[in-house]
Ligand binder design. Structure first.
Ligand SMILES: *[C@@H]1O[C@H](CO)[C@@H](O)[C@H](O)[C@H]1NC(C)=O
Ligand SMILES: *[C@@H]1O[C@H](CO)[C@@H](O)[C@H](O)[C@H]1NC(C)=O
Ligand SMILES: *[C@@H]1O[C@H](CO)[C@@H](O)[C@H](O)[C@H]1NC(C)=O
Ligand SMILES: *[C@@H]1O[C@H](CO)[C@@H](O)[C@H](O)[C@H]1NC(C)=O
Length: 462
């Protein structure tokens, strides 16, 4: 293992209050009870065995956020210190908000289960999230009598790589769209990726906005707010320091009620319009519970592909097995339909956060080959498509940018593993083995102009 890539995260929704993050002891109690109750049951709820916090400690840098299998969206809190996957079990760190784009596998009362993430802050504001592939719902429950205020951060991705972007508030429609460019997380620094998000604020007309506006701040004391303003267009901050800017909004609520605010969030790598369309098509007007139920059902289907004798297996082994199986179905991110550049009109599946192939070829893909041949074939199709469009297969793509190859592409081994395991089924699984072989030959034989980001430097030994 060489360098661990840091993360892609952005588009935070900050809350004005802080709390340090530690998973609640209730999480482990709930999992242990579920495993005990499942003994001798014919169809156990496998999602109840999963502990999404395993691996968040000791710089494991995995994301415990709400996601579906291979989802592009992973909702998790962001912290004030080093936490590249958006969360760490470090009691000295403070929570600064929640955001939808995290990578897994690099780096109070806290709860999570497949498809669901929740955190209650010290001031009793509860944050919950649930996800579809490219969208999701964030739900905030405030203490009785409080007025809900939100801060939406456009520019601060935490590693401070913002390279410009825009924000628009439509108070009548109750919609905020944001988009911009940020720096590569594990590749040449001159590359920027683009990402967009669409926040729907009115929960189908059940929520009423009070104020809205924009804000800008920095590390040197700049603190400007524009009440009623609806547009930001920021360029690269050339002076340096962490540039923070975004939207502020609040809600009118019944002073006697427990205020609950649900935000619908869509993301896209292509455009703000597509981010809104993704939220409309994947979430629509479904309730939080309905989206959570759907996410959970997708996990149940996936985890249920491996059955064990729960009664005669030590509970900690059951928990570790299903938690690991869960973790092994989070990346790569299924970004089909979110392509750009040479992949813009591809008819192939498209995956991002390949993360990097030298980390995954030894164990992750051989495991996937055992329980998920269809998904494996889609990812192989994506590797071959890289060769079709670029001449070489991708090695460490993240945020649609190429990452470092570090000694040569391992994509060859991944697609070869598929060919060996599924030679006879390849056609039915949508893979043309002649193309697969050509892609391998290119990676192995052709010296690319930029062998640090694709293929390998073969000229030195040819
Ligand atoms: C943002 O500003 C830049 C430079 O001033 C301009 O070229 C661009 O069209 C603006 N974009 C939007 C969406 O307002
Ligand atoms: C389960 O617990 C036993 C007894 O404490 C321990 O020896 C074993 O390593 C544990 N296994 C896992 C997967 O944690
Ligand atoms: C994708 O299709 C559109 C519309 O036909 C075209 O304008 C664009 O150039 C195509 N992109 C690529 C990379 O081929
Ligand atoms: C990826 O998304 C596409 C489009 O929704 C879908 O057809 C495909 O089954 C998904 N694959 C995986 C592995 O999630």
């Amino acid at each position: 293992m060489l360098l661990r890539p840091p993360v892609a995260l952005l588009l935070g929704l900050s809350l004005s209050s802080f709390v340090s993050a530690q998973p609640s002891p209730e999480v482990q109690k709930r999992i242990s009870a579920a495993i005990q109750a499942a003994a001798n049951q014919p169809n156990p709820d496998y999602t109840a065995f999963v502990n999404p916090f395993i691996g968040t400690d000791n710089y494991g840098d995995v994301c415990p956020g709400a996601s579906i299998p291979f989802g592009m969206v992973k909702f998790s809190t962001d912290l004030t210190g080093y936490a590249p996957a958006g969360y760490v079990a470090d009691p000295t760190q403070k929570i600064r908000g929640i955001s939808p784009l995290h990578d897994s596998g690099t780096g109070s009362y806290l709860d999570a289960s497949p498809g669901y993430f929740a955190q209650t802050l010290d001031n009793n504001i509860k944050i919950e999230a649930t996800a579809t592939r490219r969208a999701g719902l964030e739900r905030f429950t405030f203490p009785v009598g409080s007025k809900p205020y939100f801060v939406l951060d456009l520019s601060n991705d935490l590693p401070a790589t913002f390279a410009g972007g825009t924000l628009d508030i439509d108070p009548e429609q109750g919609r905020i769209t944001i988009g911009g460019r940020w720096g590569s997380s594990f590749g040449p620094e001159r590359y920027n990726y683009q990402a967009f998000a669409c926040y729907d604020l009115l929960n189908g007309g059940n929520q009423k906005l009070s104020e809205h506006g924009v804000w800008t701040g920095d590390d040197y004391g700049l603190d400007a707010k524009g009440l009623g303003q609806t547009h930001l267009n920021l360029t690269l901050n050339l002076i340096g320091g962490v540039y923070q800017s975004g939207a502020l909004f609040s809600y009118d609520v019944d002073p006697l009620s427990v205020p609950q605010i649900t935000l619908r969030v869509g993301v896209s790598f292509r455009s703000a319009e597509q981010a809104c369309a993704n939220a409309e098509s994947e979430v629509g007007d479904a309730s939080f519970e309905r989206i959570w139920e759907r996410a959970k059902a997708e996990w149940q289907e996936k985890l249920g592909r491996v059955e064990i004798d729960v009664t005669n297996t030590p509970a900690n082994v059951t928990e570790m097995l299903y938690s690991s199986l869960y973790r092994a179905s989070l990346t790569p991110n299924n970004a089909t339909g979110e392509t750009q550049g040479v992949f813009e009109n591809t008819t192939s599946f498209y995956f991002d956060s390949l993360y990097c192939s030298w980390d995954t070829f030894r164990t992750f893909y051989p495991l996937l080959a055992l329980h998920s041949p269809v998904e494996f074939a889609q990812i192989v199709d994506n590797y071959i498509d890289g060769w079709r469009k670029n001449g070489w297969m991708p090695e460490c793509r993240a945020n649609n940018l190429p990452g470092w190859t570090q000694g040569g592409s391992s994509a060859d081994i991944i697609v070869a593993h598929f060919a060996v395991n599924y030679h006879n089924e390849a056609d039915r699984l949508g893979i043309n083995l002649d193309e697969l072989y050509s892609a391998m030959l290119a990676d192995g034989d052709l010296n690319p102009p930029e062998w640090n980001i694709e293929g390998r430097q073969v000229n030195v030994y040819k």
